[in-house]
Design a protein around this ligand. Structure first.
Ligand SMILES: [Zn+2]
Length: 126
C-alpha cells in the first residue's frame, strides 16, 4: 500500500452532508453522529436535495394522477361515463399501471382502480 492509498482510506464524502472529510477510522462513514442520525431519519442535506430534485421531475405527473384519484374516489363502486369524469378534471390516459385478471383489465391509480365496461363507461373500485 503506498502513501496515497493509505491516505485515501481515510478520505471520504459524508452521505449525510455531502462534504469531504478525513475519517478518524477507515470504516467511518459519516463525518459525525448528527449526520448519521439525520441520514437515517431521511432528512439529511443530501437526502433533501435528492428528494427535491425528484419532486421537481415527478410533481407534474403526480399532480395529474392525484387529481385522477380524487375524482375516482368520489365514485367508488359506481359505473360512470368517462366524459363526465373528464369534465371533473379526470385524465384517462394517466394511470400508474394495469393488471389483467380473469380476462378483465384493471387500471390502477395508486390505491384506486377502474375497469372499462365499453362504450365509454368505467366501473370504479378501491
Ligand atoms: Zn456529514
Amino acid at each position: 500500500m503506498d502513501n496515497y492509498e493509505a491516505i485515501s482510506l481515510y478520505e471520504g464524502e459524508c452521505p449525510g452532508c455531502g462534504i469531504e472529510f478525513i475519517k478518524k477510522r477507515s470504516n467511518q462513514v459519516y463525518c459525525n453522529s448528527r449526520c448519521k442520525n439525520q441520514y437515517h431519519n431521511g432528512n439529511s442535506r443530501v437526502g433533501r436535495i435528492a428528494t427535491k430534485e425528484r419532486h421537481e421531475i415527478t410533481r407534474e405527473v403526480d399532480d395529474i394522477l392525484w387529481k385522477n384519484r380524487e375524482v375516482l374516489l368520489k365514485y367508488v363502486g359506481e359505473e360512470k361515463n368517462v366524459k363526465e369524469l373528464i369534465a371533473e378534471g379526470f385524465k384517462p390516459n394517466y394511470q400508474n399501471y394495469y393488471e389483467n385478471k380473469d380476462s378483465k383489465t384493471y387500471f390502477f391509480i395508486y390505491d384506486v382502480k377502474f375497469q372499462s365496461l365499453g362504450k365509454g363507461i368505467i366501473k370504479i373500485f378501491q
